[in-house]
Unconditional design. Structure first.
Length: 436
């Protein structure tokens, strides 16, 4: 039974929340303040209602005390809100961000969290050496080592499955990514820790720090909505600045050159890269395509799912029917012809595998028919670009290229926006403006 105590212009409602392991009674309290102008009868009626509601919240575990620590509330927010309302990939990224966030402010009670705590955290994120990822730099004379081994740079690149540009960087003493360093060491039969040294890759970008701010703000907004705290400290903190970088893309001549260079590459990679360029699809959307999505008669492709990778869960397929990115786009006869040829090739590959093939109806697969890992495409494209004379673009640059060239060729902005799956044309215009 709730007990009520009058305290000047407010009332304190206390409810028993059971006992702890030592037998001590636990109590939860809340303060209720009547609205100005309420009569004594109205106050009494509303006070009884608040007491009953509060007691019900405590008994059902729905009440959260404002002295809860940020880390504990964030965990509850992930479980009760994020995992139920947000995309799995978004939840996974939030959990990654929370590791560093909780280390900084997780111990602070929500009712004691202040804007200055957040400012200090953001300033810390902007410091040099804060990034957790790293690269490797050779601490041996790699060129001299290769001469002794009688191995050329070209042979090393081929046998270690890295680009010649990566080998050149390593030989010059420049930093390379961990996977490339491991592959080189494996082929040369040398120990990674003895031949390469770790190097932190510097500062977090302003955009990454802004993601932290948005996450913290979202969590604290829920805390206000759930009546755990009265106001959101993040509302009183200026959003971290982000650097406006020019989006990487190809011009007309470079796009044509890309298609020419792809002609001698493996069939599956040639098709998916060309398709990304022709359609402006997101990487995950292309990986999620199934043959039933291709309407050869009406010359359209339907996009209503995406294939994504989540650590510890593996490759998942997300249904995008609740998102504005669901769409049906018209594709060229050239693209459809390419897909028809590709389907014949895939059928022949399936017959080679026989009963080991797992039929998922996917366009782009592993050797056994399972959905291809999205990073496989990204990594292949990175290695491919490194050995060409094209600008140093990444897989998402193909989407920017499609948007920019479409607008440059006077295709209506609304048509381009619809093809790309943007909910607002302003997003499409931002791409155009950033590449102009």
């Amino acid at each position: 039974m709730a007990t009520v105590e009058k305290r000047r212009d407010s009332y304190r409602i206390t409810v028993s929340a059971g006992y702890d392991v030592s037998g001590k009674q636990l109590r939860q309290r809340m303060t209720w303040t009547p609205e100005p102008g309420m009569t004594n009868k109205q106050v009494e009626k509303e006070l009884n209602k608040q007491a009953v509601l509060f007691e019900e919240k405590v008994k059902t575990g729905k009440y959260i005390d404002s002295n809860i620590k940020f880390a504990d509330f964030a965990e509850k927010w992930i479980k009760d809100y994020a995992e139920k309302q947000l995309a799995p990939t978004t939840v996974a990224s939030y959990k990654r961000y929370l590791k560093r966030t909780n280390a900084a402010i997780g111990h602070i009670r929500l009712d004691r969290l202040r804007p200055n705590h957040l400012v200090e955290f953001y300033n810390n994120l902007a410091e040099e050496g804060i990034r957790e990822d790293y690269k490797y730099k050779a601490n041996i004379d790699l060129d001299d080592f290769l001469k002794k081994k009688k191995v050329s740079r070209k042979t090393l690149a081929k046998e270690a499955h890295v680009s010649e540009k990566t080998v050149a960087h390593a030989c010059k003493g420049n930093s390379i990514n961990p996977d490339s360093a491991r592959n080189i060491c494996k082929y040369l039969d040398i120990k990674l820790r003895e031949s390469f040294e770790e190097q932190k890759t510097g500062q977090l970008s302003g955009n990454t720090i802004l993601h932290y701010h948005h996450l913290i703000s979202s969590i604290l907004t829920s805390a206000v909505q759930w009546q755990v705290i009265a106001s959101n400290p993040a509302d009183h903190v200026k959003s971290p600045k982000i650097e406006r970088k020019e989006a990487a893309y190809l011009n007309d001549e470079e796009a044509l050159h890309l298609i020419e260079l792809l002609d001698s590459e493996p069939v599956q990679y040639r098709v998916i890269i060309t398709l990304l360029l022709y359609t402006g699809l997101r990487r995950g959307e292309a990986c999620g395509l199934e043959w039933k999505d291709i309407d050869f008669d009406n010359k359209t492709i339907s996009i209503d799912r995406a294939s994504q990778y989540i650590p510890k869960e593996g490759i998942i397929t997300t249904d995008t029917k609740n998102y504005s990115s669901v769409r049906t786009i018209t594709v060229s006869q050239t693209a459809l012809k390419m897909l028809k040829v590709y389907r014949v090739w895939q059928t022949s590959e399936r017959l080679k595998v026989g009963d080991k093939w797992i039929d998922r109806d996917r366009l782009f697969t592993k050797w056994n028919g399972e959905p291809i890992h999205p990073d496989t495409i990204t990594n292949w494209f990175h290695a491919f670009i490194q050995k060409t004379d094209l600008p140093d673009i990444h897989i998402h640059s193909l989407r920017h290229t499609n948007a920019t060239l479409s607008i440059a060729h006077h295709i209506n902005i609304r048509v381009v926006s619809k093809m790309l799956g943007h909910s607002q044309t302003s997003t499409t215009m931002n791409i155009s403006m950033s590449t102009s």
